[in-house]
Design a binder for this molecule. Sequence first.
Ligand code: RP5
Length: 166
Amino acid sequence: MKEKPLVTIVMGSDSDFSVMEETGKTLDEFGVTYEYKVTSAHRSPDQAVTFAKGLFDRGIKVVIAGASYSAHLPGVLASHTTLPVIGVPLDASPLKGMEALFSMGQMPPGVPVATVTIGKAGAKNAALFAVEILATNDERLQKLLKDHRAQIAASVEEKDKNVRNS
Ligand code: RP5
């Protein structure tokens, strides 16, 4: 859903898209509008900063940024906006995303990056966390989140039945 985005899904390269599209798919389930953007904190630093500075005035409410290696993209975006930034560590590197996890999760005090799980699970959780932020002021989203939690609980009951019947 790309018109009038509330969430921006940023990634360091188009090679990150196969994971970060999980974020978009999850936002689609909640009818939350978003855009995709490739920009890089080290390859296109000026463009990344200009992009971050313009987000608030464009009506964006939550920033989700995924990158691999020593990923400083979420931190750089966070340093140029007061919008909440969620970092998704990606596992495209020889260290399997561990360094991205640490670089996002270990932001020094003052400029936070909310960091989620490495890879597709994180891309999904980033979307859910963005929906939770938006739902603080949106009853429709609150209801959808409660329905989603009920579905998760039902799926655990199903798994329990599968194990006990085996
Ligand atoms: C990071 O370098 C990107 O987030 C990507 O995960 C990784 C590799 O980028 P490409 O070489 O595939 O463009 O900045």
